[in-house]
Design a binder for this molecule. Structure first.
Ligand code: ADP
Length: 446
């Protein structure tokens, strides 16, 4: 087992990892920017090291500072959390080159899946169904026109290096393709330093359904069922459920069998999430994330498994010790991502939190680094809390969510709690009848 784990992250996910480490008896090192000196993840760690000024590029993305922090504290492993350096293959390589363990997949798999064109090519060769589109990178606008005409409009031009909903442009008719092509490439070049793009048919009413995968270093691969992450704004998830209201157990098993076979042939290791669009009874792979996801708690609640603990165990070389038949699903879980944002305009609302009260009770989990008197800095992602509820059935989970949202109190800054309260009362949400487009329409109506 590891002697000490450095957590290269901040906020709720750093706390989440500290909690798993503490239960496993592993001391932790927090790293932090000067803006986060008083942050909860620093207070709850065994040791902490300041790695730079507020801007993420100078601190949480500052690889030499993070590696030095590991060296001076004697950490022997690094957990990257999500975001920041978690899907940076070069960082994973550097961690290993320094004799430390990177708690995550191999650098080669991180690199492969970070390039969505390479990821789709790998999945195609492994027999995983894909969204119709170009076979690979588009050479020029003429090729984009040809492929678009073949698959039919609307189409999406997507950046190979895209993420977080950026670098994706829709063309609903041929006249819009020229602009979509140029805007997507410019955005991709600016945001990711890589302007390779590909084309996909834009499905009109898909659900986003993803599978939580886990693999050990001995080629045992399992899945922990699906999450429905269709409630999105600007292609960013806001609320997630396990399982999906749209899927039967038989469909889950079939998709799970395809996915585990694919990752087993790849020789994949540690956690991963395979993302699919689901429409008219068909699944189509869109991308794979090679890290812990924000929404992993809904899976933990229905499966009763600590995903971070499993990541750490696997990173030491331990075998899974169980198989697919040992994984059971119990009840229904829903997560709301609560952001420090105006619930109507979505403008970030950093500032001083003067009072904080998290809901509790049976089946309620709050993952948050907020506390009364803390300051939400303006430099980082605006998500400040995750409210997760678990209940025997979906209607009971919704009732619990409604009750918990009403108890949530963050004073001093505005949050998106009121938006979630409106979603939970919407008939389409209650019926489980929504696609990836529903939330945008709902927000514009209210
Ligand atoms: P990112 O890596 O930026 O998150 P993804 O490829 O995972 O991008 O897509 C994010 C979201 O964008 C999906 O969950 C879905 O809502 C929408 N999307 C992506 N591809 C398509 C498509 N081909 N048709 C319709 N919607 C899509």
């Amino acid at each position: 087992m590891f002697h000490k784990i450095l957590i290269a992250n901040r906020g709720e996910i750093a706390l989440r990892i500290e909690r798993a480490c503490r239960e496993m008896g592993i001391p932790t090192v927090a790293v932090h920017s000067t803006a986060d000196a008083e942050a909860m993840h620093v207070r709850l760690a065994d040791e902490s090291v300041c790695i730079g000024p507020p801007a993420a590029r100078d601190s949480y993305l500052n690889v030499p500072a993070i590696l030095s922090a590991a060296a001076i504290t004697g950490a022997d492993a690094i957990h990257p959390g999500y975001g920041f350096l978690s899907e940076n293959a070069s960082f994973a390589e550097m961690v290993e080159a320094h004799g430390l363990t990177f708690i995550g997949p191999s650098p080669a798999h991180i690199r492969m899946m970070g390039d969505k064109i390479a990821a789709k090519a790998a999945m195609r060769s492994l027999g995983v169904p894909l969204v119709a589109g170009s076979d690979g990178e588009l050479a020029d606008l003429d090729e984009a026109r040809r492929v678009a005409a073949q698959v039919g409009y609307p189409v999406l031009i997507k950046a190979a290096a895209g993420g977080g909903g950026r670098g994706m442009k829709v063309a609903t008719v041929p006249d819009e393709l020229d602009e979509a092509w140029h805007v997507a490439r410019t955005e991709a070049r600016t945001a990711f330093g890589n302007d390779a793009v590909y084309l996909e048919k834009c499905l009109d009413r898909p659900r986003h359904i993803e599978l939580q995968m886990l693999a050990d270093a001995h080629n045992n691969v399992v899945h922990f069922g699906e999450r429905d992450c269709s409630l999105q704004r600007r292609h960013q998830k806001l609320l997630e459920e396990a399982g999906s209201p749209a899927l039967t157990a038989a469909q889950r098993d079939a998709l799970g069998a395809t996915a585990t076979a694919a990752l087993s042939r790849l020789g994949y290791r540690n956690v991963g999430t395979m993302e699919f669009l689901y429409q008219d009874g068909q699944f189509a792979f869109i991308e794979m994330n090679t890290r812990l996801q924000v929404e992993h708690p809904v899976t933990e609640m229905v499966c009763g498994v600590d995903m971070v603990r499993e990541q750490i165990r696997i990173a030491t070389g331990s075998p899974l010790g169980y198989g697919q038949a040992d994984i059971h699903f119990s009840g229904h879980a829903i997560e709301c991502r609560i952001n420090a944002e105006d619930p109507d305009t979505f403008i970030p609302t950093p500032g001083l939190v003067t009072a904080f009260h998290a809901p509790g009770g049976l089946g309620v989990r709050v993952d948050s680094a907020l506390y009364a008197g803390c300051v939400v800095p303006p430099y980082y992602d605006s998500m400040v809390a995750k409210l997760i509820v678990h209940a025997p059935s979906r209607p009971e989970a919704i009732a619990r969510l409604r009750r918990s949202l009403a108890e949530f109190a963050v004073v001093g800054i505005q949050t998106t709690v009121p938006l979630h309260q409106r979603i939970v009362d919407a008939p389409e949400f209650i019926a489980g009848d929504y696609t990836v487009h529903w939330l945008e329409e709902f927000v514009s109506r209210h």
